[in-house]
Write a protein that binds this ligand. Structure first.
Ligand code: PHE
Length: 345
């Protein structure tokens, strides 16, 4: 029996296990109730008294060694598991961070610029009626902008004549400003960003869906100088402190006088290049003093109040800001294009 215990001591100390199944087999073989060590304790009862002390000590030693070995193997296995499951030295997965669309970036930047000088943001429906898009804005009934070529009509009462109740997709966000004027008393200082629709062939310079921001300022004694100064502030905030502006006479039914504003070309600094077609200037927006007919149509006393308005395409502003030469890029959702725009806005 002594020999058997010595052999088992040897055996237990040399055992190693690769996984938890083998560890369980070890436990069953040596340490369980039906295991080898229990058997020896069973046999111990028949050992003659003279050998009991020596064999008893050896048997206890075997039991303790087996237990110790079992615990050792168990912790070894646990450490091994941790090592194989998680590799802390492995580089993290490269997360693809999203970025804002350039149109959103420029829209948010424009909103930021104008809200800093006291403009509120107003929004309105994309599906509008003729009254808000044209009639209240002093468009003569036969004005060409109402023509089917420019406007997407949803329902038209008569194909020959326009009617204030005709339903259409708004061609500019000036319609939102009509709604503001109808619902608020001056002073009014608001910008309306939004999507607009015009029935135009899609090309590098035009699209049938695009975005605008239009501004409106109505109060007592608002002058053309206020308009000019506001637009100069805006141009310098968006395009840089060195930017110059110039206003050219133009025509819009809802403003008088009307003007178009150019900004000095950012790319050549005004010297002349391909982008500005060697003029040194880039057209950016339309503007003017609100026509008294528009104020009266919206129940604002045109003797007491004056105002200015302006409107620009956000795609165009973004093209000038980022040097993008094809409007269609904004709508194609090509990540190679979109990934280039990262911004705080
Ligand atoms: N609504 C005009 C457009 O869509 C822009 C504009 C707004 C012009 C306000 C003058 C004043 O082109």
């Amino acid at each position: 029996m002594l020999q058997k215990i010595t052999d088992l001591l040897q055996e237990v100390s040399s055992i190693s296990v690769k996984n938890s199944e083998e560890l369980e087999l070890f436990r069953l073989k040596y340490l369980s109730k039906k295991g080898l060590i229990s058997d020896l304790f069973e046999d111990f009862k028949d050992v003659p008294g003279s050998q009991k002390k020596e064999i008893g000590q050896k048997l206890n030693l075997l039991k303790q060694s087996a237990l110790k070995k079992f615990n050792l193997l168990k912790t070894e296995l646990q450490n091994q598991d941790e090592k194989t499951d998680i590799d802390f030295s492995r580089p993290a997965f490269p997360y693809n961070l999203g970025s804002r669309h350039p149109i959103s970036i420029v829209r948010n930047e424009l909103i930021d610029i104008f809200t800093r000088i006291g403009f509120t943001v107003s929004e309105g429906p994309e599906i509008e009626d003729d009254d808000h898009v044209f009639t209240k804005l002093n468009f003569a009934p036969e004005h060409p902008a109402r023509d089917m070529q420019d406007t997407f009509y949803i329902s038209r009462l008569s194909l020959e004549d326009s009617n204030p109740e005709d339903i259409l997709l708004r061609t500019h966000t000036s319609s939102v400003q009509v709604r503001v004027m109808q619902n608020q008393k001056p002073p009014i200082r608001t910008i309306s960003p939004g999507r607009v629709f015009r029935n135009e062939a899609i090309s590098a310079r035009a699209h049938c869906i695009f975005h605008q921001i239009e501004g409106l300022y109505i109060d007592e004694n608002v002058s053309y100088a206020d308009l000019r100064q506001t637009l100069l502030f805006f141009a310098r905030e968006l395009f840089g402190k060195e930017t110059k502006i110039r206003l050219r006479p133009s025509y819009f039914p809802f403003t008088e006088p009307s003007a178009e504003m150019d900004v000095s070309c950012k790319i050549c600094g005004g010297k002349g290049c391909n982008v500005c077609k060697h003029t040194g200037w880039l057209e950016i927006l339309g503007c003017g003093m609100v026509h008294p007919n528009v104020l009266e149509a919206c129940n604002i006393d045109s003797k007491k109040y004056t105002g200015f308005a302006f409107g620009m395409g956000i795609e165009r502003a973004a093209m000038l800001k980022y040097g993008v030469n094809d409007l269609r890029l904004y709508f194609e959702n090509d990540l190679r294009f979109l990934d280039q725009f990262k911004s705080a806005f």
